[in-house]
Design a protein around this ligand. Structure first.
Ligand code: ADP
Ligand code: MG
Length: 438
């Protein structure tokens, strides 16, 4: 599934009304009966105008008719939900144009967009449920039994976006280095574009010890606020470099600095030996002398409270992930064991730290909703074969969105998705062409 906004500008006002009607109808119907679509849309031209809009929408796969439906009706596709969200972001002037897709994870698509002043932003489109509903029949039945039906992808993806947005805001307000959250609509988030490589693609850093300490410090600070990231790995940490202004340097040159200087970006193959040879230590030192490295944390739908029943497992897994990565990539092993959950637990709320777990959970998420989301994320992580965390998208098998009971056809996505997240992220500085879409 890929964001495809080609048909957006061809939709008429009536088409949008009917699309919205299908969305509204989906709240209570897995398949929205055609007469209900008519009565919600209330088009002037009546049934025949509605039918015309339905055909137009079905033709570009924004809604789809179920093959074996007991009655005549339609449901929204991921594409349809994408359009509705884009429409809202455009109306609110958060998104003006759409550029390259820079990441395709199992649970999301990441697209570079721009507002009307040309400022780049990131659109994260949650795609929860796409594995379960496509291949794993057992999962699909399981979800059905839990009475979410096949509409659950919409419910779960929206929930993931809402939860992620709420946490990003809370973390940002507390001064954590996370992208600035800008807007959320349905299953999507618009946020600040961080011009940085994921740690996964960084071959060398000037001071691994300092970076390690900072990352462990972040885990502990999160704990102090009652939180565990839950997927704290090299894919979800962006390494941002900033040149410290020298005394007489003007703003322009600072802005135009080349990004890869003190850290070295890795080429495609992730597990090869870091490419340090051509850079002498002296050079590295000279280059990095006025560059600061800030790890920016992303990806929050799976965050859990320090009070969660499996908190210790998640906390230890986050710590272990970082330790393992630093050992493999930078040959750095900390002299200190831990930190351990039992010690972190004592720090929760200390020094007046605001409990963000409680704050977010109190902000309108039902317990059931959070449980459903958690179960879906766990299921999805299991489906991508992730024992003990550490994964994070980038491999290539998924190419469809919602499964075999849909009429829609996604075959042309396979190729793009084969490129995966790593290569596209590496290339993104060079080809961020934007095309006007909204
Ligand atoms: P997923 O849930 O699919 O893992 P992430 O939020 O981790 O989604 O994003 C996937 C990838 O997209 C990241 O590893 C990173 O390369 C890129 N990315 C995500 N958010 C941003 C951002 N705000 N700025 C720049 N790149 C981003
Ligand atoms: Mg991620």
């Amino acid at each position: 599934m890929k964001l495809d906004t080609k048909a957006m500008r061809h939709l008429t006002a009536e088409d949008w009304r009917v699309l919205t009607a299908v969305e509204i109808g989906s709240k209570n119907h897995e398949i929205v009966p055609t007469p209900l679509i008519e009565s919600i849309a209330k088009l002037r031209g009546g049934a025949s105008r509605t039918h015309k809009a339905i055909s137009a929408l079905a033709k570009v796969n924004l809604i789809s008719r179920l093959k074996e439906a007991r009655y005549d009706g339609y449901r929204l596709t991921y594409g349809g939900l994408d359009y509705l969200a884009m429409h809202t972001h455009a109306a609110q002037k958060h998104v003006y144009s759409v550029g390259n897709q820079i990441g395709v994870g199992k649970e999301s698509d990441i697209v570079v967009v721009a507002d009307d002043s040309g400022t780049q932003r990131v659109l994260k489109i949650h795609r929860l449920g796409r594995i379960s509903f496509r291949t794993v029949k057992a999962n699909r039945d399981y979800l059905r039994r839990r009475n979410q039906g096949s509409g659950s992808w919409m419910y779960l993806s929206r929930l993931a976006a809402e939860k992620e947005y709420a946490f990003m805001r809370a973390l940002r307000d507390e001064g954590f280095a996370v992208p600035l959250p800008i807007a959320q609509s349905r299953h999507t988030i618009v946020m600040e574009f961080v011009d940085a490589f994921p740690l996964r693609q960084v071959a060398t850093v000037p001071d691994p010890t300092a970076l390690y300490a900072e990352l462990i410090g972040t885990i502990l600070r999160l704990a102090q606020h009652g939180l565990i990231h839950g997927d704290f790995n090299e894919f979800n940490i962006l390494i941002k470099e900033e040149e410290q202004p020298e005394k007489d340097q003007d703003q322009e040159t600072i802005k135009e600095q080349q990004p890869t200087s003190s850290t070295k970006a890795k080429a495609k193959e992730p597990e090869t030996v870091p490419a340090t040879a051509e850079q002498t230590e002296q050079e590295a030192e000279k280059e990095s002398s006025n560059i600061t490295i800030t790890p920016v944390l992303i990806d929050f739908p799976q965050m859990v409270s320090m009070d969660h029943q499996n908190a210790e497992f998640y906390f230890d897994r986050d710590v272990a992930c970082i330790k393992r990565f630093f050992e493999r990539r930078f040959h750095f092993v900390s002299t200190q064991p831990g930190p351990f959950y039992r010690d972190a637990k004592k720090m929760v709320g200390k020094d007046g730290a605001r409990r963000l777990d409680a704050a977010v959970e109190a902000s309108g998420f039902s317990k059931k909703a959070l449980k459903d989301l958690e179960a879906a994320i766990r299921e999805q992580q299991a489906a991508r074969g992730e024992e003990g965390g550490g994964g994070g998208g980038g491999d290539s098998e998924d190419e469809d969105s919602m499964g075999d009971d849909y009429d829609e056809d996604d075959e042309d996505n396979a190729q793009e998705e084969e490129d995966g997240e790593e290569e596209s992220a590496l290339n993104r500085r060079h080809n961020n062409k934007s095309e006007v879409a909204a």
